[in-house]
Write a protein that binds this ligand. Structure first.
Ligand code: NAI
Ligand code: MG
Ligand code: MG
Ligand code: MG
Ligand code: ZN
Length: 460
């Protein structure tokens, strides 16, 4: 492609985005009929036409873009969807349009917020195909298929390559190293390796399908597996043809640099691999176990073991539910955030805690808030959840309303907890002001809960 062609394309994109921002429906429609691929493209700001229409309150443009199948879930560099933007700027009619489920679910679940909140670690790019896990013949054939994709984990860290050499922390700076069967087949045979089936790549919805595309879609998309091995890490890195590869040492920080798609795959793979590394022996009798069902089951080898009678939850990968809550002051204008000693300087986050056996989510929110801050909580509302693969938590995000306001922290866990006025939260969240406090990164559900609260009531 010549630079002239490139600049003509760029010019058309600028025109298209500008038309969406101005609400010029006829120009948006004309440009799209000439170049349908413009629909999901972003300009220098990382904003799509839908985001610009949402920002400026152009309902008719947003409606047209949705009708033509644009992706309403894409996010800008601040992780905002068009829905977030419409909500933040107070364009409720557009937020309503974007939040509406296409199949009329709104009638069946009136009052429910049907806009799916997407958190980091939660994008599903693979179809897990759980039915295939018991098909040993299919799994074995797929393991040696030349199209199959392998992720390589050492000590539960995936091999990644870093794009930037300046130690940048930005999301997308890290990419997973992908391997083929030929490059890892020796590892598959090692008794100490654990190989799990992750799923099949999801096919993109066939909007414009030419006959060649149709033929292509008939063959099955690539299957993904993940291997955890205790082979020497330096030797493993030599297998990769890419430069700047490593196994990140600090998952809590480093795994936040992946793209949304790759983070979703890592959340699944790391949690299951961590379960295998922690549950090598049968929790019921202490006997040896064997892996089954593509890595989604471990069965006891002791034929007398009680875990073989009926269904035992010890045989399946575990998930630990954690409630995480943004507690709102009874005046509606302050929220409760706390800090642990281990947090980076100045950082305050939502309170959180493991759900205990025999406890509802609402009770866990009330108990953990009261234990950690001394504040009593009344109503609790679920917002969204986030898999947190360190090693296998499910963070259940809630808003809660306080009915008492005096703070008395549990010093064993929390160093300090405070009520933060809405304006201070806005300054930290949107203006990057670190003078009062630092909010956790946007990949955390804590950040998203705070953002949700601010956007919920804003009419700026
Ligand atoms: N994604 C996010 O935005 C955030 C994630 N988190 C995660 O939530 C998790 C729980 O939060 P905490 O305040 O630490 O919980 P917490 O307030 O319940 O206290 C943790 C203590 O609970 C006990 N405990 C009970 N059940 C446990 C289990 N299944 N696994 C481990 N320890 C258990 C342990 O003694 C542990 O030290 C942490 O692992 C943290 O990584 C916490 C805050 C923000
Ligand atoms: Mg806690
Ligand atoms: Mg607890
Ligand atoms: Mg606690
Ligand atoms: Zn057993």
């Amino acid at each position: 492609m010549t630079s002239l062609q490139l600049s003509a394309k760029e010019e058309m994109l600028e025109k298209f985005l500008d038309a969406a921002a101005r609400g010029d429906l006829s120009q948006v429609s004309t440009l799209l009929s000439n170049a349908p691929s413009l629909i999901n493209q972003t300009g220098h700001s990382g904003w799509t036409a839908l985001m610009l229409a949402a920002r400026n309150g152009h309902h008719h443009v947003a409606e047209k873009l949705l009708l033509l199948g644009c992706d309403k879930f894409s996010v800008n560099s601040s992780s905002q969807t068009a829905y977030d933007i419409a909500t933040f700027w107070g364009h409720r009619h557009i937020a309503g349009l974007l939040g509406r489920a296409a199949d009329g679910c709104g009638r069946i679940l009136p009052g429910a917020d049907l806009h799916p909140h997407e958190n980091y670690f939660s994008r599903e790019t693979l179809d897990r195909q759980s039915g295939r896990r018991t098909d040993k013949v299919w799994l074995e054939a797929k393991q040696s298929d030349s199209e199959t994709v392998y992720l390589l984990f050492s000590n539960l860290s995936p091999m990644v390559r870093t794009q930037q050499q300046d130690g940048s922390e930005a999301q997308g700076d890290m990419k997973l190293c992908l391997f083929r069967f030929e490059e890892v087949k020796d590892l598959l045979l090692k008794p100490s390796s654990v190989t799990i089936f992750l799923g099949i790549e999801k096919t993109k919805s066939p909007s414009s399908s030419s006959s060649s595309e149709k033929a292509e879609s008939l063959s099955e998309p690539p299957v993904w597996f993940a291997i955890n091995t205790d082979e020497d890490a330096a030797a493993l890195l030599e297998r990769c043809r890419e430069k700047n590869c490593s196994f990140p040492r600090s998952p809590n920080r480093d795994l936040l640099k992946l793209s949304e798609e790759e983070a979703g795959v890592v959340a699944q793979a790391r949690s299951v691999l961590a379960w295998h590394s922690r549950y090598s022996f049968c929790p019921t009798c202490g006997g040896a176990t064997k892996m089954e069902e593509g890595g989604y089951k471990r069965s006891c080898l002791n034929s007398e073991c009680r875990s073989l009678q009926g269904v035992h939850n010890t045989c399946y990968p575990r998930v630990d539910p954690v409630v995480i809550m943004l507690v709102i002051h009874p005046d509606g204008n302050q929220c409760l955030l706390g800090r642990k000693k281990v947090f980076p300087v100045g950082m305050f986050s939502c309170l959180a805690g493991f759900v205990e056996p025999g406890e509802t989510l609402e009770e866990a929110v009330r108990r953990e808030t009261e234990e950690e801050s001394g504040v009593t909580v009344g109503p609790v509302q679920y917002v969204s959840c986030q898999p947190w693969p360190m090693p296998s938590n499910l963070m259940i995000g809630c808003l809660a309303v306080a009915v008492s306001t005096d703070i008395k922290v549990d010093e064993k866990e929390i160093e300090e907890a405070r009520w933060f006025p809405r304006q201070q939260v806005i300054d930290s969240l949107f203006r990057g002001d670190r003078s009062v406090f630092v909010i956790p990164p946007r990949q955390t559900i804590a950040h998203q809960l705070v953002r949700h609260w601010i956007c919920m009531n804003s009419n700026l």
